[in-house]
Design a protein around this ligand. Structure first.
Ligand code: ACM
Length: 258
């Protein structure tokens, strides 16, 4: 998507158009970018506050709930969440008119630290019609612990709303996918805001490092693929190797030190 900064209603309308456009492919799950409704480059906390909404009463969340009910599509979407005067860079998961999840970005990037409170609830995996959906947001990718944690929690598909400005993530996700035997859906945005030029190239990668879908760096579009969940669930590597059972956590203790 190419959100227009501050034009929430317009951005939500555009997203709903995309979701409706995808209906002919009968998707189960669609992923929208990080902060898809507001845009990214807040000049101050006050500006972000004005564009934020609560999980329970927000007009964006309400529109997404309605759309998920009308279309029978589970939607994962980034938005600016306000809760008790704190702001979070969050992603909501809505299915059939209901909120089934809300993830708050744990690793904040650059000046996001001046606006948002880091996520306080950890990673979670949500069940969507038998599919295990894990959520991380943009810069979370730079910490391999994010994909690892979600994969150990048995996510089949990692939904990854992004506003990427560096060129590394799309290639890196190929490694993350094979290292964790998981699908990763990176839904990026295009366009520019203030000093940021977003890199587009949204993609879906398979546990076998196949790029199942990819988009140009500067074009809005919606793409749908079919995922074989058994591929993600079978963590055997060879007759003698299993991706999770062969782990040696006693030698990884440094990973859990602060
Ligand atoms: C980012 O986390 N939006 C780069």
């Amino acid at each position: 998507m190419r959100p227009i900064f501050g034009e929430k209603r317009r951005n939500v309308k555009r997203a709903v158009e995309f979701i409706e456009e995808s209906l002919r492919f009968e998707p189960n799950v669609l992923v929208l970018p990080e902060l898809f409704n507001t845009g990214y480059a807040f000049s101050s906390r006050e500006e972000a506050y004005r564009l934020s909404e609560s999980l329970e009463n927000g007009e964006t969340i309400e529109a997404l709930r309605r759309t998920s009910e009308d279309t029978d599509i589970c939607i994962v979407a980034g938005y600016c969440e306000m809760d008790e005067n704190r702001l979070y860079n969050s992603a909501v998961v809505v299915e059939n008119g209901r909120i089934i999840g809300n993830y708050r970005k744990i690793h904040l990037f650059y000046r996001e630290k001046l606006v948002f409170t880091p996520g306080d609830r950890g990673f979670e995996v949500f069940d969507v019609k038998g599919v295990k959906i894990g959520v991380m947001i943009c810069f979370d990718w730079r910490f391999p612990e994010s994909v690892r944690t979600l994969s150990l929690m048995r996510a089949d598909v990692i939904c990854h709303p992004t506003n990427l400005v560096h060129p590394y993530c799309q290639t890196a996700m190929l490694g993350s996918a094979v290292q964790n035997n998981v699908y990763i859906v990176t839904a990026n945005r295009v366009g520019r805001e203030r000093e940021f030029i977003f890199t587009g190239r949204s993609q879906i990668v398979s546990p076998k490092m196949e790029i199942l879908a990819t988009s140009p760096p500067d074009v809005e579009e919606v793409k749908v693929i079919e995922a074989d969940l058994e591929t993600a669930r079978d963590k055997r590597v060879t007759a003698y190797n299993h991706l999770f059972e062969d782990r040696r956590p006693e030698f990884y203790k440094i990973l859990c030190e602060g």
